[in-house]
Design a protein around this ligand. Structure first.
Ligand code: SF4
Length: 363
């Protein structure tokens, strides 16, 4: 394995399997999301999951608020290729039905399922079908006694809740667990994961919950997830955005790419433009980004505003373009290849991209 330039030493956690995706134990950090369709609406849910699969989603979670949704998992699962996790609150019968319908994992909080008998019934079915359980501790739904003990949903209170929930499952000899411990602010989230990571080897699903819309969501998630991953904490990630979940996947991979943990898909370098730029670079960059967004090819593409600094600034790029006065320049690895009219910039870079896809060795 290539050493990570950030010298990240990942914590070696207990490994579990969600469907065919290993989580923890130094397996690649998986990127996941959650649908925002009604799970009972199988057609819309499947369509959304297929879009997410194409974008690189490796595990999908669906809400299971009732029996109809628990039953729908069977038809959904038959039409998708990634593991599906059933998200359940309070009602253990939904967890049992979702498991029987083929869910690859459950997301529950044993603490809010109720009596020991009900929790045991869920654990028994998870054991029978050999699927893991994710405990999801959330600052917003902390147990009242812990809230009172700590005077609020502090990181310490959340960690005690997490450990309590882990013990409930482990006391029942169930160890196929992963856990998340999320708050909607970066500091508490990072503190809580850091503390928890020191106390357990259970694999961690990391994210900042209810992070917000595009800007605040990306910033909070990148900081929170990024800080944790850079400390070696985290086995699977979910970026939470009030947006199309495809955006969550894109941001998730961007975080992994920026930390040089995983490379999936093109890395686009584009300049911010300045007074030297005489082309509509924003428009060009957006068109190129959209055109290559579903590619899995790890290629560096540079889109630079001028010929003065463009190719030089982007020497590392596999392919790139630089705008000029009425012309554009195609370059590869910082070397100028050809000039062409600037109206053709998008077309030329996409041509070069397809060529690169076909035969990387020429570059
Ligand atoms: S590449 Fe050229 S246009 Fe872009 S910021 Fe640098 S100098 Fe300005």
């Amino acid at each position: 394995m290539t050493p990570n330039p950030f010298q990240i030493q990942r914590k070696n956690t207990r490994q579990i399997l969600i469907g065919n995706v290993p989580i923890g134990g130094l397996a690649p950090i998986a990127v996941q999301s959650m649908t925002n369709t009604h799970t009972q609406d199988v057609e819309s849910t499947v369509a959304q999951i297929k879009g997410l699969e194409k974008a690189g989603c490796e595990i999908i979670r669906v809400a299971v608020p009732d029996q109809e949704a628990a039953l729908a998992i069977r038809s959904i699962k038959n039409q998708i290729s990634i593991p599906i996790i059933a998200d359940i609150h309070f009602d253990h019968r939904l967890a049992i039905q979702a498991t029987k319908s083929g869910a690859d994992g459950l997301r529950i909080n044993p603490g809010n399922i109720g009596s020991k008998k009900k929790i045991k019934a869920v654990v028994d079915v998870a054991n029978e079908y050999n699927i893991p359980i994710r405990i999801g501790v959330n600052a917003g739904s902390l147990e009242k006694d812990l809230f009172d003990k700590y005077g609020g949903a502090s990181a310490e209170a959340m960690v005690e809740s997490a450990l309590r929930n882990i013990s409930i499952l482990e006391d029942l000899k169930f160890s196929q667990i992963k856990i998340s411990i999320k708050a909607s602010d970066v500091k508490r989230t990072v503190d809580a994961y850091q503390l928890l990571s020191e106390k357990t080897d259970v694999p961690l699903h990391v994210g900042v919950t209810e992070a917000g819309g595009l800007y605040s969501g990306i910033v909070k998630s990148s900081l929170g997830i990024g800080m944790l991953l850079s400390r070696g904490i985290g086995d699977t990630i979910r970026v939470s955005l009030t947006r199309d979940p495809i955006e969550e996947i894109r941001v998730g991979y961007e975080i992994l790419k920026a930390l040089e943990i995983r490379r999936r898909g093109p890395d686009i370098i584009s300049c911010p433009t300045c007074g030297r730029c005489n082309i509509n670079l924003f428009d060009i960059a957006e068109k190129v980004e959209k055109a290559v967004m579903f590619s899995t090819l790890p290629v560096k593409i540079a889109i630079m505003g001028c010929v003065v600094n463009g190719p030089g600034e982007a020497k590392e790029a596999d392919i790139g373009i630089a705008g000029g006065d009425g012309i554009g320049i195609l370059f590869k690895k910082g070397k100028v290849i050809k000039k062409f009219p600037q109206e053709k910039l998008v077309e030329i870079i996409l041509e070069a991209f397809s060529e690169y896809e076909k035969n990387q060795t020429e570059y």
